[in-house]
Design a protein around this ligand. Sequence first.
Ligand code: FAD
Length: 401
Amino acid sequence: MDNQYDLIIVGAGPSGLWAAEKAASAKLKVLVLDRKQEIGPPKRCAEGLGLGWFKRLGLKPNKEWAVQPIYGATLIAPSGKSIQMRTKKVAGYVLERKVFEKHLAIAAAKKGAKIIVKANVENCERKNGIVEVTVNEYTEIKKYTAPLIMAADGVDSRVARMLGKNTANKPYDMDSGFQYEMTNLNTKHYEEKDLNMYFGTEISPRGYLWIFPKRKATANVGIGISAMQEKTAKHYLDKFIEANPKIFENASIIEVNAGAIPVGGFLEDLTSDNLLVVGDAGHMTDPIHGGGIGIAMEGGAIAVETAIKAHKAKNYSHEFLQQFTKEWFERRGNQLKKRLKARLLLEKLSDADFNYLAESLTVEDCLKIAGGEMNGKEKIMLFGKKLMQRPGLIAILSKYL
Ligand SMILES: Cc1cc2nc3c(=O)[nH]c(=O)nc-3n(C[C@H](O)[C@H](O)[C@H](O)COP(=O)(O)OP(=O)(O)OC[C@H]3O[C@@H](n4cnc5c(N)ncnc54)[C@H](O)[C@@H]3O)c2cc1C
């Protein structure tokens, strides 16, 4: 009996842990399995989370894990010219994700979810309407069963595939991320209150390079580039560090992180019999900046709404579970699809276009963008209008706007 659950969640990242808390709160018997020996590390993340996500998810920033308040963004064009979009109020936080995830785990366990670490899911098999999960737990093979499995196992998800659902992403829709957490940076040469983002085809092809401040003189310094590039993300990051001694001359690396980021290629169906797929495993990330913490958590919570209905109806069929896909696209996925279009536009811009944009945006424009007066569409329109004035770009822009 102890090995039987209502819901088994594979993966104790933000999506799985948030879903576990919601499901356990609704009195589902929940098991969370993670192959890591500790919830949290190693992080594969720059740890930025916008204030909007705190509000949407009902999260209260806690100094233990919301370690650095952020007031805006500084975007740096290939020419070095920067555009600062800053507000007087806190616009988000850089997290200490290792601690954040432990907090999520504690909250889920408090509601009654059972969490097991060092538990690698090796197989999932349907048997008479129930799924049998084979787990290598501290080198011992154990079996657990549930009528419903949530694949929250991240970007290199295998769990959905174990149940016959192919969730693989095309290389074109993947970014390759690489990051150093660095300390003893020279704070005079980057904005300590902003997310610093560097653009340009030489600096970061089809992506951006970031300095996300974490503590005094300490930051996540990383890069996300198209996974189809010949040279590695590490190559571009090291080149940038070498080219900017003013910032990095006396710095030390205190952590190395690497990971893939799905940036498009949404899964049109997030379910099959006995299966819900969430978070990075379900390609739930923002195609423009690759952020996925908030989206993964929201996706996990939406999936739980369907899990609760399935539990009540004792119906775990693909047909029944499909309401999750519908809900997710209505509440988030369709908006992300529009953002994918904007990303495809950004991909077409040359370094000269980025430089032009940085030159042509006025301080007033930046204040409007940062001040919360504009919604996402209005911001894109503003950028679009500026670029429209640039010969050669009109054809590309009219296609996307
Ligand atoms: C370099 C980089 C920078 C990023 N920066 C940001 C950022 O600043 N802000 C932001 O919002 N997002 C960022 N992201 C994206 C963000 O990290 C992900 O979207 C987020 O972690 C997705 O959460 P998740 O719960 O879906 O998956 P994950 O956090 O990947 O968790 C999946 C879990 O599943 C476990 N697992 C996998 N397979 C098995 C198995 N077979 N058995 C048991 N356990 C298993 C793993 O151990 C892991 O703990 C970044 C990503 C990268 C790579």
